[in-house]
Ligand binder design. Sequence first.
Ligand SMILES: Cc1cc2nc3c(=O)[nH]c(=O)nc-3n(C[C@H](O)[C@H](O)[C@H](O)COP(=O)(O)O)c2cc1C
Length: 391
Amino acid sequence: MEFPRILNELKGWLSRNRIVDRLYPTSMREISVLKLFEPFRLKEIELKNRIAVAPMCQYSCEDGYVNDWHLVHLGSRAVGGAGLVVVEATAVSAEGRISPSCSGIYHDGHVDAFARINRFIKQFGAVPGIQLAHAGRKGSAQRPWEGDSHIPDHAGGWPTIAPSAIAHGGNLDKVPTEMSIDDIHRIQDAFVTGAKRALAAGFEWLELHFAHGYLAHEFYSPISNHRHDRFGGSFENRTRFLRETLQRVRSVWPERFPLTARLSVTDWVDGGVTIEESIELINHFRTDGLDLVDISHGFVIPDISPIPWGPGFMVPISHRIREATGMPTAVGWFITDPHQAEQVIANGEADLVMLARELLRDPYWPYHAAVALKASEPQSMLPPQYARAVS
Ligand SMILES: Cc1cc2nc3c(=O)[nH]c(=O)nc-3n(C[C@H](O)[C@H](O)[C@H](O)COP(=O)(O)O)c2cc1C
């Protein structure tokens, strides 16, 4: 018997006896050829695929408490099949909120509100993560749909703090108070307490917000940091707040769970943060205990005109940083197309795609991506309750 015929007979026998099916479920077999649907293991956490829900402020809390809105918003994206669901920028202290309606983790009572949501997310095989944040000089602002401007102290706002007494500019013209060394330690303590509360609430993935012109980025960028003490000036001094905060959070966040950071790796302007120094910083972060960097950019100044907007424009930067540092990366920004997302992972440009607006438009994007990429069991992205939606 010639070789192709033997092979065909063998395939027929395996199929008739359902040998492959018995070894592992069809859904895993079909979908696993696509890199976007391959599991991703970091420390002791395994994400079922490479699709992450990016942190997105919902401006829907009272005194920092998440509620039914967040259960439905985050829960539907877990039901929709994302492997990781990261809760919005959550303030570690009340004055660290962007707006009065932002989420917080500065009361013990916040823990139970998050715990309910996390239990739901986990039921659908997704991992719950949280972004811990302090808004710095960009705090005390209106919700975007109410104008995005600073709220005066007499109208429900509050005094803001930052590395230097320099206003952000544009709509955000409140001049912050320069932080004392005691203020710095108080906020670092708040990050540590926030991390402990996040653990108690059942989060298994922690992201530190070191991006988008908020407090940590304000320390990192020479544009917003004009200090002359050990927290300003040289690269070592400007990065001290970030590194110390990371080290202190690592000391209380279990080794088995990923500790990650979203970093603005460039300010896109002369005199701002550069990709080269971010590569150096990420190398330091590795020794400080970071497990993954979520690549982002900009927003330490109001002018966004220098940003080279376009589909996946941060992907080459993620690739460069991943190659230069060996640090796993997540990347987002205008990733909307399933083929584009598949290529990012298949080409080793990032380990995760972090989708924001596309997942607002379509919580079932993971299912739709499986259909578009011709995964033969796309319904495995949906819970059994929704199986009949697939004909
Ligand atoms: C409604 C909304 C809220 C956001 N809130 C946050 C946030 O809390 N923390 C953060 O780091 N980025 C935040 N972002 C930025 C997103 O996480 C994401 O980086 C950005 O929208 C680019 O991804 P996209 O092109 O997929 O939307 C927000 C974006 C949107 C649209």
